[in-house]
Design a protein around this ligand. Structure first.
Ligand code: FES
Length: 81
């Protein structure tokens, strides 16, 4: 089954890092040939700005995601497969 990654592009998360994180995830998926296996898209505010920047992977919410720690998160998810 395809994995789904949803990134919050609401103004709070976007301005606090998700603007860069979008690009980092895109590049990661490309470099690891995961573009066909992952449905990656943006979303409006998750309604939890104070714990942001937010990211959702297969219904699991990740908080305080940064351009620095998102790579570790992606590795932990995709290394398992
Ligand atoms: S802008 Fe991301 S939770 Fe509100």
């Amino acid at each position: 089954m395809k994995k789904e990654i949803i990134i919050c592009l609401g103004s709070s998360c976007f301005s606090r890092g998700n603007k860069q994180t979008v690009q980092i995830i895109k590049t990661y998926l490309k470099e690891h040939n995961l573009e066909d296996k992952v449905y990656f898209h943006g979303s409006h505010c998750f309604g939890n700005c104070e714990n942001g920047p937010m990211l959702k992977i297969d219904e699991k919410i990740y908080q305080s995601v940064t351009p620095e720690n998102v790579i570790y998160l992606l590795e932990s998810i995709f290394d398992k497969n």
